[in-house]
Design a binder for this molecule. Structure first.
Ligand code: HEC
Length: 335
């Protein structure tokens, strides 16, 4: 009898005391042992001081207040920004959480978001590759970001100053604050689907094709740039500059890069290889006569323009089909 009372008292004291100071910990998973490795694999390239995201997830102190938001974002599949379903065809840089990883995050966030044991040191520093020398560097005009506007898409043309015909083989955005200059789509001459040369975030590094896109002497390049104002800026006016770095070939490469809209009917040229897709709507992309989807996209939010690229450019003969209401641009190479 005495013993029972004692146990009861002890339990009450424990739970009430704990509930005041912290949440009750029911999660089997902790930040340090289970959650951080997932964040490092899928989130930290953006949620770190150099990334575009407005807060970091690299320490418990930073991640703990976001626990509920993290759970919601991963359940809604808003984060990480990657809206392609797992498919037969592997994509470059897939950033999809597995069901097991989602479960760990959900249990952690719902179960008191414990920190877990500190594991001693041991974080290996990533080797930073020295930047490749580009053939052409063009400064982007300064952009002022005024309070009150969260996002802005700016279209501009850039004079390359080139006096001979060249073939563009790759490009990247650089020298910009990734939180302000989020991403850009590049076009030859002017913004039109058939001139499309890919989309890149400022943290992404170089995009290249093992093919060239022809630019005649005197022709311009055009960009559609997505600028963002993270909430951390408050009322501050901020300006951002960036640079476009371009790689060129002076002789015609064996294969040329082409783009077309998804709505365009007709066969792709013989020997075509599908390089990637920029979706503007959800879609299921197929090669005509095939049953398997080449790519299935479940969302295409305007503030996350993403070019999905295949690990290996796909050999395609015939037409591409994506359904009547789908929109987007496909990039392919052909001899
Ligand atoms: C490609 C960059 C990128 C990656 C990868 C990324 N995020 Fe984000 N995240 C952002 C940006 C940028 C924002 C700010 C909101 C916006 O601009 O859309 C954000 C916002 C958030 C928010 C706040 C959402 C809100 O509006 O309340 C949460 C929570 C979040 N991210 C969690 C995650 C988690 C968890 C992962 C990994 C599983 C992840 N993010 C991966 C860029 C990224």
């Amino acid at each position: 009898m005495k013993k029972k009372n004692l146990i009861l008292l002890f339990c009450c004291a424990l739970t009430s005391g704990k509930a005041e100071a912290h949440d009750i910990i029911s999660s089997r998973y902790s930040y340090r042992e289970h959650v951080l490795p997932i964040l490092e694999a899928h989130c930290v390239r953006c949620h770190s001081p150099e990334g575009p995201a407005p807060f970091r997830l690299t320490s418990y102190l930073d991640a703990r207040p976001q626990a509920v938001a993290i759970k919601e974002e991963v359940l809604l599949r808003n984060m990480p920004p990657w809206y392609a379903e797992e498919g037969q065809q592997g994509l470059i840089g897939e950033h999809r959480l597995s069901a097991a990883e989602v479960d760990i995050i959900v249990e952690w966030a719902s179960g008191g978001a414990p920190e877990g044991k500190r594991t001693p040191g041991g974080k290996t520093l990533e080797k930073i590759k020295p930047p490749e020398v580009a053939d052409l560097e063009l400064e982007l005009p300064e952009q002022i970001l005024v309070p009150g506007k969260q996002r802005e898409t700016v279209r501009l043309t850039l004079d390359t100053g080139l006096s001979e015909t060249v073939w563009i083989t790759g490009w990247e955005l650089s020298g910009a604050r990734a939180d302000l200059l989020r991403s850009a789509s590049l076009y030859r001459v002017r913004i039109a689907p058939e001139n499309y040369l890919g989309t890149r975030m400022s943290i992404d590094g170089k995009l290249s094709w093992a093919a060239g896109a022809k630019l005649e002497a005197g022709e311009d390049l055009a960009l559609s740039i997505l600028y963002t104002r993270p909430w951390t800026l408050g009322d501050k006016r901020e300006s951002v500059r960036g640079r476009l770095r371009i790689w060129l070939s002076k002789t015609r490469p064996q294969r040329l890069l082409h783009a077309r809209t998804l709505g365009e009917t007709g066969d792709l040229p013989p020997g075509s290889r599908l390089f990637g897709v920029l979706p503007s709507t959800p879609m299921k992309l197929k090669a005509s006569g095939e049953t398997e989807d080449l790519l299935a996209i479940f969302a295409a939010p305007g503030h996350w323009p993403l070019l999905y690229r295949f690990n290996e450019p796909l050999k395609i003969s015939g037409k591409l089909e994506a359904g009547p209401k789908t929109r987007g641009i496909v990039l392919y190479t052909a001899p």
